[in-house]
Design a protein around this ligand. Structure first.
Ligand code: ADP
Ligand code: MG
Length: 312
Protein backbone atom coordinates (compact mmCIF):
# COMPACT_ATOMS: atom_id res chain seq x y z
CA UNK A 1 0.00 0.00 0.00
CA UNK A 2 1.32 3.43 -0.95
CA UNK A 3 1.52 5.70 2.07
CA UNK A 4 4.34 8.06 1.22
CA UNK A 5 6.45 9.24 -1.70
CA UNK A 6 9.08 6.59 -1.12
CA UNK A 7 6.46 3.86 -1.72
CA UNK A 8 5.85 5.01 -5.31
CA UNK A 9 7.25 2.60 -7.87
CA UNK A 10 10.65 3.51 -9.21
CA UNK A 11 11.30 6.06 -6.45
CA UNK A 12 14.61 5.09 -4.90
CA UNK A 13 16.70 7.23 -2.56
CA UNK A 14 18.22 9.33 -5.36
CA UNK A 15 14.89 10.21 -6.97
CA UNK A 16 13.35 10.74 -3.52
CA UNK A 17 16.05 13.28 -2.69
CA UNK A 18 15.50 15.15 -5.94
CA UNK A 19 11.74 15.17 -5.45
CA UNK A 20 12.10 16.42 -1.88
CA UNK A 21 14.53 19.15 -2.93
CA UNK A 22 12.12 20.29 -5.61
CA UNK A 23 9.32 20.51 -3.03
CA UNK A 24 7.54 17.29 -3.99
CA UNK A 25 7.75 15.74 -0.56
CA UNK A 26 4.16 14.60 -0.16
CA UNK A 27 1.81 12.40 -2.16
CA UNK A 28 -0.52 15.40 -2.40
CA UNK A 29 2.10 17.57 -4.08
CA UNK A 30 2.86 14.83 -6.60
CA UNK A 31 -0.79 14.04 -7.25
CA UNK A 32 -1.44 17.59 -8.40
CA UNK A 33 1.87 18.15 -10.23
CA UNK A 34 2.14 18.36 -14.00
CA UNK A 35 4.11 15.46 -15.53
CA UNK A 36 6.45 17.91 -17.30
CA UNK A 37 7.32 19.82 -14.12
CA UNK A 38 7.85 16.64 -12.16
CA UNK A 39 10.00 15.09 -14.87
CA UNK A 40 12.24 18.17 -15.07
CA UNK A 41 12.48 18.65 -11.31
CA UNK A 42 13.37 15.06 -10.48
CA UNK A 43 15.29 14.24 -13.64
CA UNK A 44 13.04 11.30 -14.39
CA UNK A 45 11.51 10.29 -17.73
CA UNK A 46 8.13 11.79 -18.57
CA UNK A 47 6.50 8.36 -18.57
CA UNK A 48 7.79 7.69 -15.04
CA UNK A 49 6.46 11.06 -13.92
CA UNK A 50 3.06 10.24 -15.40
CA UNK A 51 3.04 6.87 -13.69
CA UNK A 52 3.88 8.15 -10.22
CA UNK A 53 1.32 10.95 -10.52
CA UNK A 54 -1.28 8.30 -11.31
CA UNK A 55 -0.11 6.17 -8.39
CA UNK A 56 -0.23 9.15 -6.02
CA UNK A 57 -3.77 10.01 -7.16
CA UNK A 58 -4.91 6.42 -6.74
CA UNK A 59 -3.32 6.22 -3.29
CA UNK A 60 -5.08 9.41 -2.23
CA UNK A 61 -8.28 8.23 -3.91
CA UNK A 62 -8.49 11.48 -5.88
CA UNK A 63 -11.26 10.96 -8.42
CA UNK A 64 -14.87 11.82 -8.97
CA UNK A 65 -17.06 9.95 -6.52
CA UNK A 66 -20.80 9.73 -6.38
CA UNK A 67 -22.41 11.58 -3.49
CA UNK A 68 -23.55 8.18 -2.26
CA UNK A 69 -19.94 6.98 -2.05
CA UNK A 70 -19.02 10.14 -0.18
CA UNK A 71 -21.89 9.56 2.22
CA UNK A 72 -20.67 6.03 2.88
CA UNK A 73 -17.16 7.31 3.59
CA UNK A 74 -18.49 9.88 6.02
CA UNK A 75 -20.61 7.23 7.73
CA UNK A 76 -17.45 5.40 8.78
CA UNK A 77 -16.28 8.42 10.82
CA UNK A 78 -16.28 7.56 14.52
CA UNK A 79 -16.51 9.88 17.50
CA UNK A 80 -14.87 10.11 20.91
CA UNK A 81 -16.71 11.79 23.74
CA UNK A 82 -15.06 14.78 25.42
CA UNK A 83 -16.84 14.16 28.72
CA UNK A 84 -19.17 17.11 28.19
CA UNK A 85 -22.43 16.55 26.37
CA UNK A 86 -22.53 20.22 25.42
CA UNK A 87 -19.04 20.10 23.90
CA UNK A 88 -19.84 16.81 22.15
CA UNK A 89 -22.95 18.46 20.75
CA UNK A 90 -20.93 21.37 19.40
CA UNK A 91 -18.60 18.87 17.73
CA UNK A 92 -21.48 16.95 16.16
CA UNK A 93 -21.12 14.02 18.57
CA UNK A 94 -17.51 14.20 19.75
CA UNK A 95 -13.94 14.34 18.45
CA UNK A 96 -14.04 12.76 14.98
CA UNK A 97 -11.75 10.18 13.45
CA UNK A 98 -10.31 10.89 9.97
CA UNK A 99 -10.14 14.54 10.95
CA UNK A 100 -7.76 16.93 12.62
CA UNK A 101 -9.35 18.97 15.39
CA UNK A 102 -7.56 22.14 16.39
CA UNK A 103 -8.18 23.52 19.87
CA UNK A 104 -7.03 27.10 20.13
CA UNK A 105 -7.23 29.49 23.01
CA UNK A 106 -5.29 31.44 25.55
CA UNK A 107 -3.06 30.01 28.25
CA UNK A 108 -5.12 28.22 30.88
CA UNK A 109 -8.20 27.93 28.69
CA UNK A 110 -8.23 24.14 29.06
CA UNK A 111 -6.70 22.83 25.84
CA UNK A 112 -4.35 20.45 27.66
CA UNK A 113 -7.12 19.24 29.98
CA UNK A 114 -9.26 18.30 26.96
CA UNK A 115 -6.30 16.45 25.40
CA UNK A 116 -5.84 14.46 28.61
CA UNK A 117 -9.54 13.68 28.85
CA UNK A 118 -9.86 12.47 25.26
CA UNK A 119 -6.72 10.31 25.74
CA UNK A 120 -8.60 8.59 28.55
CA UNK A 121 -12.00 8.52 26.83
CA UNK A 122 -10.68 6.96 23.61
CA UNK A 123 -10.07 3.85 25.73
CA UNK A 124 -13.73 3.51 26.66
CA UNK A 125 -15.82 0.98 24.75
CA UNK A 126 -17.93 2.41 21.90
CA UNK A 127 -21.15 2.21 23.91
CA UNK A 128 -19.58 4.60 26.42
CA UNK A 129 -18.28 7.05 23.84
CA UNK A 130 -14.82 5.63 23.17
CA UNK A 131 -13.15 3.50 20.52
CA UNK A 132 -11.51 0.88 22.79
CA UNK A 133 -8.26 2.37 21.50
CA UNK A 134 -4.92 3.76 22.60
CA UNK A 135 -3.55 7.28 22.48
CA UNK A 136 -0.22 8.74 21.35
CA UNK A 137 0.56 12.02 23.05
CA UNK A 138 3.24 14.36 21.71
CA UNK A 139 4.00 16.82 24.48
CA UNK A 140 5.94 19.90 23.40
CA UNK A 141 5.43 22.00 26.51
CA UNK A 142 6.06 19.43 29.23
CA UNK A 143 2.51 19.66 30.52
CA UNK A 144 1.50 16.00 30.25
CA UNK A 145 0.58 14.83 33.76
CA UNK A 146 -0.11 11.25 34.80
CA UNK A 147 -1.90 12.52 37.92
CA UNK A 148 -4.56 14.07 35.73
CA UNK A 149 -4.90 10.88 33.68
CA UNK A 150 -5.33 8.80 36.84
CA UNK A 151 -7.95 11.14 38.29
CA UNK A 152 -9.89 11.14 35.04
CA UNK A 153 -9.64 7.35 34.70
CA UNK A 154 -10.80 6.66 38.26
CA UNK A 155 -13.78 8.97 37.80
CA UNK A 156 -14.88 6.81 34.85
CA UNK A 157 -14.45 3.60 36.82
CA UNK A 158 -11.41 2.59 34.77
CA UNK A 159 -8.30 1.02 36.27
CA UNK A 160 -5.78 3.92 36.30
CA UNK A 161 -2.81 1.65 35.66
CA UNK A 162 -4.42 0.17 32.54
CA UNK A 163 -5.29 3.62 31.28
CA UNK A 164 -1.69 4.82 31.77
CA UNK A 165 -0.47 1.75 29.87
CA UNK A 166 -2.57 2.73 26.87
CA UNK A 167 -1.21 6.24 26.51
CA UNK A 168 2.22 6.62 24.99
CA UNK A 169 3.71 10.04 25.51
CA UNK A 170 6.85 11.61 24.12
CA UNK A 171 8.39 14.97 24.84
CA UNK A 172 9.29 16.81 21.63
CA UNK A 173 12.35 18.96 22.21
CA UNK A 174 12.28 21.25 19.18
CA UNK A 175 10.63 21.58 15.77
CA UNK A 176 12.97 19.16 14.02
CA UNK A 177 12.33 16.58 16.72
CA UNK A 178 8.58 17.19 16.56
CA UNK A 179 8.59 16.76 12.78
CA UNK A 180 10.70 13.60 13.02
CA UNK A 181 8.32 12.11 15.58
CA UNK A 182 5.34 12.64 13.30
CA UNK A 183 7.26 11.16 10.36
CA UNK A 184 7.91 8.03 12.43
CA UNK A 185 4.29 7.78 13.60
CA UNK A 186 3.36 6.20 10.29
CA UNK A 187 5.44 3.12 11.11
CA UNK A 188 4.25 2.91 14.72
CA UNK A 189 0.59 3.19 13.79
CA UNK A 190 0.89 0.78 10.87
CA UNK A 191 2.05 -1.85 13.36
CA UNK A 192 -0.58 -1.12 16.00
CA UNK A 193 -4.09 -0.60 14.71
CA UNK A 194 -5.43 -0.03 18.23
CA UNK A 195 -4.02 3.51 18.21
CA UNK A 196 -7.06 5.69 17.66
CA UNK A 197 -5.91 9.09 18.87
CA UNK A 198 -2.85 11.26 18.22
CA UNK A 199 -2.42 14.43 20.27
CA UNK A 200 0.09 17.20 19.57
CA UNK A 201 0.04 19.60 22.52
CA UNK A 202 1.00 22.15 21.32
CA UNK A 203 1.55 22.10 17.59
CA UNK A 204 2.86 25.67 17.42
CA UNK A 205 4.97 26.43 20.52
CA UNK A 206 8.33 25.25 19.14
CA UNK A 207 7.64 26.76 15.74
CA UNK A 208 6.86 30.09 17.32
CA UNK A 209 10.00 30.04 19.48
CA UNK A 210 12.38 28.93 16.74
CA UNK A 211 11.02 30.92 13.84
CA UNK A 212 10.20 34.20 15.47
CA UNK A 213 10.47 37.36 13.47
CA UNK A 214 8.95 38.35 10.16
CA UNK A 215 11.93 37.19 8.11
CA UNK A 216 11.33 33.59 9.25
CA UNK A 217 7.61 33.59 8.72
CA UNK A 218 7.59 32.04 5.25
CA UNK A 219 9.84 29.12 6.26
CA UNK A 220 7.83 28.58 9.42
CA UNK A 221 4.52 28.47 7.57
CA UNK A 222 5.91 26.09 4.98
CA UNK A 223 7.31 23.67 7.57
CA UNK A 224 4.24 23.84 9.77
CA UNK A 225 1.96 23.32 6.81
CA UNK A 226 3.75 20.18 5.73
CA UNK A 227 3.74 18.89 9.32
CA UNK A 228 0.00 19.49 9.63
CA UNK A 229 -0.74 17.81 6.32
CA UNK A 230 1.15 14.73 7.47
CA UNK A 231 -1.07 14.58 10.54
CA UNK A 232 -4.21 14.97 8.44
CA UNK A 233 -3.03 12.13 6.21
CA UNK A 234 -2.46 9.87 9.23
CA UNK A 235 -5.99 10.60 10.41
CA UNK A 236 -7.41 9.72 7.00
CA UNK A 237 -5.35 6.62 6.28
CA UNK A 238 -5.66 5.02 9.70
CA UNK A 239 -9.16 6.24 10.63
CA UNK A 240 -7.96 7.90 13.81
CA UNK A 241 -8.57 11.20 15.56
CA UNK A 242 -5.90 13.90 15.64
CA UNK A 243 -6.09 16.75 18.13
CA UNK A 244 -3.66 19.65 17.95
CA UNK A 245 -3.57 22.63 20.27
CA UNK A 246 -2.59 26.14 19.36
CA UNK A 247 -2.07 28.87 21.88
CA UNK A 248 -3.32 32.27 20.90
CA UNK A 249 -2.22 35.61 22.22
CA UNK A 250 -4.50 38.46 23.06
CA UNK A 251 -4.09 41.24 20.54
CA UNK A 252 -5.14 44.39 22.35
CA UNK A 253 -4.14 46.45 19.32
CA UNK A 254 -6.87 44.87 17.26
CA UNK A 255 -10.10 46.83 17.26
CA UNK A 256 -12.10 44.85 14.75
CA UNK A 257 -12.95 41.20 14.67
CA UNK A 258 -11.64 38.72 17.16
CA UNK A 259 -9.01 40.13 19.50
CA UNK A 260 -7.17 36.84 19.65
CA UNK A 261 -5.11 35.56 16.77
CA UNK A 262 -3.96 31.99 16.35
CA UNK A 263 -0.18 31.81 16.69
CA UNK A 264 0.21 29.56 13.67
CA UNK A 265 -0.84 32.61 11.72
CA UNK A 266 -3.26 31.73 8.99
CA UNK A 267 -1.51 28.49 8.21
CA UNK A 268 -3.85 26.27 10.10
CA UNK A 269 -6.69 27.68 8.08
CA UNK A 270 -5.30 26.08 4.94
CA UNK A 271 -5.43 22.64 6.49
CA UNK A 272 -8.68 20.73 6.45
CA UNK A 273 -10.22 20.06 9.83
CA UNK A 274 -12.32 21.36 12.65
CA UNK A 275 -11.35 24.43 14.64
CA UNK A 276 -12.64 25.08 18.13
CA UNK A 277 -11.81 28.14 20.17
CA UNK A 278 -11.73 27.72 23.95
CA UNK A 279 -12.25 30.77 26.11
CA UNK A 280 -12.14 31.29 29.85
CA UNK A 281 -15.35 32.12 31.58
CA UNK A 282 -16.17 32.45 35.27
CA UNK A 283 -14.33 30.05 37.62
CA UNK A 284 -13.98 26.60 36.13
CA UNK A 285 -16.43 27.38 33.33
CA UNK A 286 -15.16 27.52 29.76
CA UNK A 287 -16.73 28.54 26.48
CA UNK A 288 -16.10 26.50 23.34
CA UNK A 289 -16.86 28.10 20.00
CA UNK A 290 -17.02 26.23 16.70
CA UNK A 291 -15.07 28.42 14.33
CA UNK A 292 -14.77 26.60 11.08
CA UNK A 293 -16.21 23.19 10.36
CA UNK A 294 -17.36 22.16 6.91
CA UNK A 295 -20.51 20.44 8.15
CA UNK A 296 -21.30 21.91 11.55
CA UNK A 297 -23.10 25.11 12.41
CA UNK A 298 -21.16 27.83 14.18
CA UNK A 299 -22.08 28.08 17.81
CA UNK A 300 -20.96 28.31 21.40
CA UNK A 301 -21.39 26.05 24.39
CA UNK A 302 -20.29 26.13 28.01
CA UNK A 303 -18.45 23.30 29.76
CA UNK A 304 -16.42 22.90 32.96
CA UNK A 305 -12.98 21.73 33.97
CA UNK A 306 -13.30 19.79 37.22
CA UNK A 307 -10.94 17.73 39.33
CA UNK A 308 -12.35 14.62 37.63
CA UNK A 309 -12.06 16.05 34.15
CA UNK A 310 -14.12 17.73 31.45
CA UNK A 311 -17.81 17.92 32.34
CA UNK A 312 -20.93 19.88 31.47
P1 ADP B 1 -4.11 25.33 28.35
O1 ADP B 1 -3.52 24.02 27.91
O2 ADP B 1 -5.20 25.82 27.47
O3 ADP B 1 -3.08 26.38 28.61
P2 ADP B 1 -4.91 23.77 30.61
O4 ADP B 1 -5.61 22.70 29.88
O5 ADP B 1 -3.59 23.47 31.18
O6 ADP B 1 -4.82 25.10 29.75
O7 ADP B 1 -5.91 24.23 31.72
C1 ADP B 1 -5.47 24.72 32.93
C2 ADP B 1 -6.67 24.92 33.79
O8 ADP B 1 -7.29 23.66 34.07
C3 ADP B 1 -6.29 25.48 35.13
O9 ADP B 1 -6.29 26.88 35.08
C4 ADP B 1 -7.40 24.95 36.00
O10 ADP B 1 -8.47 25.86 35.93
C5 ADP B 1 -7.84 23.67 35.35
N1 ADP B 1 -7.35 22.50 36.09
C6 ADP B 1 -6.16 21.89 35.96
N2 ADP B 1 -6.04 20.88 36.83
C7 ADP B 1 -7.19 20.84 37.53
C8 ADP B 1 -7.70 20.02 38.57
N3 ADP B 1 -6.98 19.03 39.11
N4 ADP B 1 -8.93 20.29 39.03
C9 ADP B 1 -9.66 21.28 38.53
N5 ADP B 1 -9.25 22.09 37.54
C10 ADP B 1 -8.03 21.87 37.05
MG1 MG C 1 -1.58 23.49 27.56
Amino acid sequence: RIKSVRDLSGVGQAVLNKLTEAGYSTLESIAVASPQDLSTAAGIPLTTAQRIIKEARDALDIRFKTALEIEQERASVKKITTGSQALDGLLGGGIETRTMTELFGEFGSGKTQICHQVSVNVQLPPEKGGLSGKALYIDTEGTFRTERIKAMASALGLEPKDVLQNIMSIRAINTDHQIAIVEELQDIIAKDNTIKLVVVDSITSHFRAEYSGRENLAVRQQKLNRHLHQLVRLAEIYDLAVIVTNQVMARPDMFYGDPTVAVGGHTLYHVPGIRVQIKKSRGNRRIARMVDAPHLPEGEVVFSITNTGIRD
